[in-house]
Design a protein around this ligand. Structure first.
Ligand code: SF4
Length: 339
């Protein structure tokens, strides 16, 4: 769910990743619409008294109530674009067809995408409009369709995908999410998602309280296991672009707040040393946390260096680190736009 930095070359690979073929079979693109139509009623049932994400807060969103995510039952779109700032295997040469949804199911006070997640920049759209935008991204040369924070809106998003698949969309679908997922929802997406790109934000449930839930680490880890079961390790196409698999992102927070060492140990020992990991240092303080003793300052080069050492220590050699850049100043919140 994290935006990349302006250029994907800011990510440097740990080692060259080889062209390979996914070891889990996904549903062929030509059959996805048919299969997705069968699963849509179950997803809509999860939405009706909402249990789409791991909060399972049972908000009656279709009646207009708001869930923990602050969203009602409509589909809110923030923007679509060809994005060149993701990991090299996501952005490729031509860019990732990125779809930014409004809202988020987490309450990270330091959110780096706060314009979409907190200030709710965006507007309601129909699945038909979203499908047309996906087709347009494909025509513009996108390597994939990159759904950013899709979980709270996954039922209408699947409706949009059905329409797009009917039109012949045959690009990998990337599920780019914050990680606090309900496994029951993920199971309904089995075979329809090509690449899972979740965050593992914290190394313990205690650390995860910073983003709201009491069980953030436990539920995120369960979700990542399910994602890996569905798509397997990362596999690339002939252009070196992701066509299937799992990439776990982790943003290192200042002051050890993300418990990075345990995140990396867990990935290595429980998810697998073959897991592609994107270790990010792009943290910048935003206004609401400017007085926080740790979050109010940028990450230091020493802190990021420690995280890189831990990555090597735990044998995680697939993935990317970011070039450490001069610290950002505090970023101001922009005024809320009406949806
Ligand atoms: S998606 Fe939103 S409404 Fe649904 S369970 Fe999660 S927080 Fe609650």
């Amino acid at each position: 769910m994290m935006l990349g930095t302006p250029e994907s070359r800011n990510f440097s690979p740990y080692k060259r990743m080889w062209v390979s073929f996914g070891d889990r079979e996904l549903i062929p693109f030509t059959q996805r619409a048919t299969e997705a139509r069968k699963r849509l009623p179950s997803l809509k049932r999860l939405l009706a008294s909402c249990r789409l994400c791991a909060w399972e807060c049972e908000a009656r969103r279709l009646r207009g109530d708001l869930g923990e995510c602050g969203l009602d039952g409509r589909l809110y779109l923030s923007s679509t674009s060809l994005h060149h700032g993701e990991e090299p295997v996501i952005s490729g040469e031509r860019g990732s067809g990125t779809v930014f949804f409004t809202g988020c199911n987490l309450h990270c006070p330091f959110c780096q995408n706060f314009m979409f997640s907190k200030l709710h920049h965006g507007r309601p759209v129909t699945p038909k409009t979203l499908a047309a935008k996906m087709i347009r991204l494909a025509r513009e040369g996108a390597h994939n369709i990159n759904l950013v924070t899709p979980t709270p809106q996954i039922a209408p998003v699947l409706e949009a995908l059905i329409l797009a698949w009917d039109e012949g969309l045959d690009l990998p679908i990337i599920y780019n999410c914050g990680g606090y997922e309900n496994v029951e929802t993920l199971r309904l997406l089995d075979g329809l998602i090509d690449v899972y790109l979740p965050d593992l934000k914290y190394g313990s449930d205690d650390a995860g309280r910073l983003s709201g839930p009491k069980d953030h680490f436990t539920r995120s880890l369960a979700a990542i296991h399910e994602m890996k079961r569905q798509v397997g390790p990362l596999a690339l196409d002939e252009e070196g672009v992701a066509k299937q698999g799992l990439i776990v992102r982790h943003l290192v927070l200042p002051g050890g707040l993300s418990d990075t060492d345990h995140v990396l140990q867990t990935i290595s020992e429980q998810v697998g040393q073959d897991t592609a990991v994107s270790l990010m240092c792009q943290y910048f303080p935003i206004e609401p946390v400017s007085d926080h003793p740790a979050l109010g300052r940028p990450l230091s080069a020493i802190e990021y260096g420690r995280a890189i050492k831990a990555m090597h220590h735990y044998g995680l050699t697939n993935g990317w680190m970011q070039k450490f850049r001069a610290p950002h100043t505090v970023r101001k919140w922009e005024p809320r736009k009406e949806m």
